[in-house]
Ligand binder design. Structure first.
Ligand code: R5P
Length: 293
């Protein structure tokens, strides 16, 4: 197998190649002055099985386009089998027609990937796992929650409590609690579909004097984590940590969360960022190895 680390996941891709003891295919890539992407694969991949690693964090549309171009080029250059590893799958939150007339964007992305005839698909903690059923090829959703929780174990947590900022993420908190020990729970969150404004309330959670870790799949603007952190601090939580798989951190999210009382933000390299201290490389390697690719 050869690994192609895409422009958006160079470091992670190289780590995966190293752990697999596979060749990392070098790319020449650039953006033209008008914004278009250029990609050249600098290795012979004819007849090879390849794992192409490219996250689709911001700028999502550019990274998606690069992913599509690379898959097509790899196919065209004779790759025998292509597994697309997309640690952060953009547009996954638009998996329904929430308001009349809305595009179900994630379905468009999946149709494009299918049309390019990938042979397999891997992602990490995608927003709603069910969406992967739309793939005709084998598509797997890995979870980085246990390795995030293991990292948090180093923080010497007092009476740890794993919290999800909404019921949809309660499975993440449950998974984390298995590693952290202690209980888990979730807040009630509602988001105005038009303004994006969120409201949250805490019901029956005992967090006073405890160290609370909030687990979510994504931190985007940080509004969710900041509101949750504030509520927890008001309820007397001793320390609050904000953990997520995909730290998009747009619009000053980091400052917003820290100002709200969280001690630290911890994320994974599914999305490269200053808080991406946990690597999903071993997870990806294990999944690729299990596929026998
Ligand atoms: C939404 O349901 C997701 O799980 C995240 O909670 C959300 O995307 C976070 O967005 P923000 O950081 O902008 O509040």
């Amino acid at each position: 197998m050869k690994v192609i680390p895409g422009p958006a996941s160079q470091k992670l891709g190289r780590q995966v190649a190293e752990l697999l003891e596979a060749e990392a295919v070098h790319l020449a890539f650039k953006r033209f002055p008008d914004g278009e992407s250029y990609i050249r694969l600098k290795a012979d991949i004819k007849g090879e099985e390849v794992a192409l690693i490219q996250t689709t964090s911001p700028p999502q549309d550019t990274h998606l386009m690069q992913l599509l171009i690379m898959i097509d080029a790899a196919k065209d250059l004779g790759a025998r089998k292509i597994v697309a590893v997309v640690p952060y799958l953009a547009y996954a939150r638009q998996d329904k027609r929430f308001l009349d007339g809305e595009a179900v964007s994630i379905e468009t992305i999946i149709k494009l990937l299918q049309a390019l005839r990938i042979d397999g698909f891997l992602t990490v903690n995608t927003h709603e796992e069910d969406v992967l059923e739309k793939f005709e090829v084998s598509a797997e959703n890995l979870s980085a929650i246990p390795i995030l929780a293991q990292h948090l174990m180093k923080k010497d947590l007092k009476e740890p409590f794993a919290l999800a900022p909404d019921q949809g993420a309660s499975g993440l908190a449950k998974e984390a609690a298995k590693v952290l020990g202690g209980d888990y729970g979730w807040l009630r969150k509602e988001r105005d579909r038009l303004t994006g404004e969120i409201s949250m309330e805490k019901k029956g959670l005992e967090v006073e004097g405890r160290d609370v870790v909030i687990f979510d799949d994504i931190i985007s603007t940080g509004g969710t984590m900041a509101t949750a952190s504030q509520i927890l601090k008001k309820q007397g939580a001793r320390r609050v940590f904000a953990a997520c798989v995909h730290p998009l951190l747009v619009e000053g999210a980091k400052d917003r969360i820290l100002r709200a009382g969280a001690e630290q933000i911890i994320g994974t390299d599914c999305v490269p960022s200053p808080v991406s201290v946990v690597s999903v490389a071993p997870l990806v390697v294990e999944a690729l190895a299990q596929r026998g690719s």
